[in-house]
Design a protein around this ligand. Structure first.
Ligand code: ES4
Ligand code: ZN
Length: 324
């Protein structure tokens, strides 16, 4: 089974590039950029990654990203992730980035986008991994801040396929971003949003109705609303589920309690993703292995996660066919 999982072709649809910052690279960039870190060693960093909930993770995630200053830093971060994709047999990836994490610290938008996309272009050429980027708005920041970020992205519109919504779900419901998502749609961006991770199933309905999202990021709490589950099955609206993330952030107490296989068996278009792999204990293969060991899906079901991800991707019909 483990060998089957390792070589199974994979498609990743829920990955925050800032969440791939491994402690070793964090130290190297801190040194290169003369930034003080509140840690002495890699082991100390790893010991700090013991989260109670989403917010306790976000605090360290924002802190870690402070070592990212220059275009080359974003390149190195993205390139390290792509090399790991190769090892994990990831053939296509759609990555989130959080520009406001950086522009709020004075890092120019173009350093972020140019570093990431230059690495993705090299990933296509040298590693044969295709990709898209999705720009996320931080939902704890204001609507005006999101609108300004959307404006900053316009010169790079051809490099960004969609917009998303991440950070603290509790207290910052989808409706706060209804207008900015309307603008984004009019400009031709696709839309996704984190919903039903820590927040209630109603956030998933609101994401669909108010933000017109074509995928739900996480979405595991849909199970609390039978009519929502029915709707997601009927319309085959994809959920980008992140198993290790959900256990690390205590959305589920243990992997054996995770509902991903149950959702798959109900006919939902569920996919497996790594979210913030440097913080949550693993990349795509690790997530598949954790699901397989705890929940005993069949090989057919594991392969179905990939088939769903191809279908749920933002690739064209032609590109999807080429991956099958
Ligand atoms: C995130 Cl797991 C998760 N949830 C919400 N926002 C995020 N940003 C990075 N990881
Ligand atoms: Zn996420």
């Amino acid at each position: 089974m483990d060998g089957f999982i390792k070589t199974l072709p994979k498609v990743e649809l829920h990955l925050h590039i800032e969440g791939t910052l491994e402690p070793e690279l964090m130290f190297a960039l801190a040194k290169r950029n003369s930034i003080d870190l509140p840690y002495e060693s890699v082991a100390q960093v790893q010991a700090a990654y013991d989260f109670d909930d989403l917010q306790s993770f976000l605090d360290l995630y924002y802190q870690g990203a402070q070592v990212l200053l220059h275009e080359q830093d974003f390149y190195d971060l993205t390139w390290a992730y792509l090399k790991r994709c190769k090892t994990d047999h990831v053939i296509h990836t759609e990555i989130f980035f959080d520009p406001q994490m950086h522009t709020a610290r004075g890092v120019p938008f173009d350093a972020v986008i140019n570093g990431i996309t230059r690495a993705l272009e090299d990933g296509q050429e040298q590693l044969n991994i295709s990709s898209h980027t999705i720009m996320c708005f931080l939902r704890h920041l204001s609507e005006e801040d999101a609108i300004e970020t959307l404006q900053q992205a316009l010169p790079y519109k051809d490099k960004i396929i969609g917009v998303g919504l991440d950070s603290s779900e509790q207290g910052h419901p989808p409706e706060k971003f209804k207008r900015v998502f309307e603008q984004a749609k009019e400009l031709g961006f696709l839309t996704v949003a984190h919903a039903g991770e820590e927040g209630p199933a109603s956030n998933i309905w609101d994401g669909l109705d108010m933000l017109h999202i074509s995928r739900v990021d996480h979405g595991v709490r849909c199970i609390e609303d039978e009519s929502l589950v029915q709707h997601l099955v009927e319309k085959q609206i994809p959920l980008t589920v992140c198993p290790l993330s959900n256990v690390k952030l205590k959305v589920f107490d243990h992997m054996r309690d995770h509902n991903i296989v149950e959702l798959l068996r109900k006919g939902l278009c569920v996919t497996v993703n790594s979210d913030d792999p440097a913080y949550f204990g693993g990349y795509m293969v690790d997530n598949f292995l954790a699901v397989a060991h705890a929940l005993n899906p069949s090989k057919r079901e594991l392969a179905k996660f990939t088939e769903n991800a191809i279908e749920a991707s933002f690739l064209t019909l032609e590109e999807k066919t080429a991956l099958k």
